[in-house]
Design a protein around this ligand. Structure first.
Ligand code: 6PG
Length: 236
């Protein structure tokens, strides 16, 4: 389902409200709400809104379990780290215990970071493939999502839940959840903003190029595209 919002602010509010609504629905029923979030600039405002009133006080934080779709292999305190961005915008400002935040391990070899994160997921999801209640994803200008970059072996991963990725352009090691795992989620929402995303959004939604974002198709869940007018301007 595609929803178009006037601007980045109303888009961010809608994304934050989706998070709050799902947490309120899932926690009383299941006891815990596992949400998988992304980095990038686009979701920062949504994260900030979750940390502010009124939303902050309407979320059953005690039941929220935070995971990450991907991470750059830099120290967690580094500016470029997704967990660092999420802490600054959201996690440091809400009543979450450290044990409710599953940062992707970033020390040591990429392979080892990926298997340590997979072990953390296995632990939380009792050995079964993770079925996140909500996954928030971004869309890169080259069609990547999470750290699923065009032309990387992680795109073909069918078995592993987590894969190491080398991002050639930025010369950066990263770790990402794989598409088959993201596709287990109950709900996946892409958040896309700005005119610089218009062409790639059109290609993902209406074109036929094999872009990584097109691998996201929940098998037993819902796919939402939350976009602003600028990003949507080329859509039919
Ligand atoms: C990251 C993200 C990545 C991001 C896109 C879009 O680690 O940066 O997980 O997949 O969502 O690159 O980023 P922007 O929102 O900054 O355009």
């Amino acid at each position: 389902m595609l929803k178009i919002y006037d601007d980045h602010e109303t888009l961010s509010r809608a994304a934050a409200e989706l998070f709050a609504q799902e947490a309120r629905r899932v926690v009383p029923a299941a006891g815990s709400f596992s949400v998988c979030i992304s980095g990038g600039e686009t979701p920062r405002r949504a994260y900030q809104l979750l940390a502010e009133k009124p939303l902050r006080s309407h979320i059953p934080w005690h039941g929220v379990q935070v995971f990450f779709a991907d991470e750059r292999l830099v120290p967690h305190a580094d500016e470029r780290s997704n967990v660092q961005m999420a802490r600054r915008a959201l996690l440091d400002h809400v009543p979450l215990a450290e044990s409710q935040i599953r940062a992707i391990p970033t020390e040591g070899e990429p392979e080892r970071c990926a298997s340590r994160y997979e072990a953390m997921l296995m632990d939380h999801f009792a050995g079964r493939p993770p079925r996140f209640d909500l996954v928030l994803l971004g869309l890169g200008g080259d069609g990547h999502t999470a750290s699923l970059f065009p032309g990387t072996p992680a795109l073909d991963e069918a078995e592993r839940w987590v894969a190491p990725v080398y991002q050639e352009g930025a010369k950066m090691n990263r770790v990402t959840l794989t598409a088959p795992i993201l596709n287990q989620a109950a709900k996946v929402a892409f958040i896309v903003s700005g005119s610089e995303k218009a062409a790639v959004l059109k290609e993902v939604l209406e074109g036929d190029a094999q872009l990584p974002a097109r691998l996201i198709a929940p098998v037993r869940g819902e796919l939402l595209w939350l976009v602003d007018r600028e990003a949507a301007r080329l859509l039919e």
